[in-house]
Each structure stands twice: as C-alpha cells, then as structure tokens.
Design a protein around this ligand. Structure first.
Ligand code: AMP
Length: 221
C-alpha cells in the first residue's frame, strides 16, 4: 500500500504515521524527520535546509525532490510506503506521481487529517521533544513525570525552534497557501482514494477510523 499522509502541522500526522506503520508495516518516510537528521549530520545541505525550517518556510522544491527521491528509491521494495509531510506543493506532487508511475507503483490513497488553527497552535507550542531518543511530550496533555526531563532516558527536553508561536503561524500560512492546493490536486484524481479525518478527536479514535477506512472496500466511482 502506498499512502500520502497530509494535514497542517500539529494535526497529528506523526502519531498516526506510527500507528499505520504498526498496522500495515509499510516504510515510513517523514520529510521533516529526514531534514532534521540531515541537519544533525552537520552537512552543508543540512545547514541550508535548516535556514528554511527554522524560519517556518518551505524548503525549495528542488532540494525536497532530490532528498525524497533518494529516500524513496532506497526504501525496501514491496513493503509499501507511507509518505508523511511530502508532497507539500503541487510541483512536488507532480514529480512524485511521475516517479511512481515510472516504477509502476502509483499511490493507493491520500489520508488528510484536518485541525483548526487554535488547536494546532495550542498543540505545537506546548510540544517538547527529547533530543536524544526523540520521544514527544506536551506540557499539558502529555507531561513527563519530572518537569522538563525525558521519562525514557533522563535527557533535558527541548522545544523545537520551529515550534514557537510566531514560526507556527508562518508554517500554517505556508500550509494554506502552498499545501492546500495539493489536496485539490489529489481530489481531481479519480484513480486514488482521498480520505479526510478530524484531527481534533483522540489519537485512538483517529487511528481506528483511518485503519477502518483503509481496510474497507474501494468505493466505486
Ligand atoms: P514537519 O516536521 O513535517 O512539520 O516539517 C518541518 C519543516 O520541514 C517544515 O516546516 C518545512 O520547513 C520543512 N519541510 C518538511 N517537508 C517539506 C516539504 N515536503 N516541502 C518543503 N519543506 C518541507
């Protein structure tokens, strides 16, 4: 199964991606995670990418497509693919389509998780992450046992530079301006399933709904 997972930042894509991988076993490729790993490697490319990320802007299409093409072509054959955070612009979506068509492995479904701006800002600005083991917390909804310290490995938690409110608002603006048209692009495609979910519901509810929809019969068009 090849799926694109879309939605504004903070809608719960990361959480749902983990659950979908547990359920269906496909390879999870998160463009944001891949870019953060590139930054952590200290490479010149990582430094360039970080300038855009830290400011809340999208990374240029050419860079994104190069990095993601490499990740897709080196992912294990046959396991299926869960693309999370990619594509985020129409040119990225067109390039991905062409690449998958050449490989004879087109997308099966596009899963969109929606959430309101107020909820998104509250979720993201309260998010804290462990820089060592990547565990994610929320100051109110999922606090660590000891304030500011990771339950798993005892490392001091941090707030991602792009999780502060001014940057979150810019990321949201980028989503509505550049990524919302990708939803319309996929909506026009009759050969794949487009499914929308309410990200305000609990993670368990959203996961159950997505799994049920993906396991369900393909609607006749
Ligand atoms: P995420 O973790 O998915 O919220 O991504 C974090 C940041 O990485 C975004 O705010 C962008 O700066 C950058 N990014 C991730 N995926 C893409 C993409 N497909 N196109 C452009 N920029 C991206």
């Amino acid at each position: 199964m090849r799926i694109v997972l879309m939605g504004p930042p903070g809608a719960g894509k990361g959480t749902q991606a983990k659950r979908l991988v547990d359920e269906f076993g496909m390879t999870h490729l998160s463009s944001g995670d891949i870019f953060r790993a590139e930054k952590a490697s200290g490479s010149q490319l990582g430094r360039e990418i970080d300038e855009y990320m830290a400011a809340g802007h999208l990374v240029p299409d050419k860079v994104v497509v190069d990095v993601m093409t490499k990740a897709i072509t080196s992912s294990p054959n046959g396991a299926g693919l869960l693309l999370d955070g990619f594509p985020r612009t129409v040119p990225q979506a067109e390039t991905l389509d062409a690449q998958l068509a050449r490989a004879g492995k087109p997308l099966d479904a596009v899963v969109i998780i929606n959430a309101e701006e107020r909820l998104i800002v509250e979720r993201i600005t309260g998010r804290r992450v462990c820089p060592k083991c990547d565990k994610v917390y929320h100051v109110k909804n999922m606090p660590p046992r000891r304030d500011g310290v990771c339950d798993e490995c005892g490392t001091a938690l941090i707030q991602r530079a792009d999780d502060v409110e001014s940057v979150v608002r810019r990321r949201l603006a980028a989503y509505y301006r550049q990524t919302a048209p990708v939803v319309d692009y996929y909506r026009r495609r009759k050969d794949l399933r487009l499914m929308e979910f309410n990200g305000a519901a609990s993670a368990e509810t959203v996961a159950a709904e997505i799994v049920r929809a993906l396991k369900g019969p393909r609607p006749k068009c």
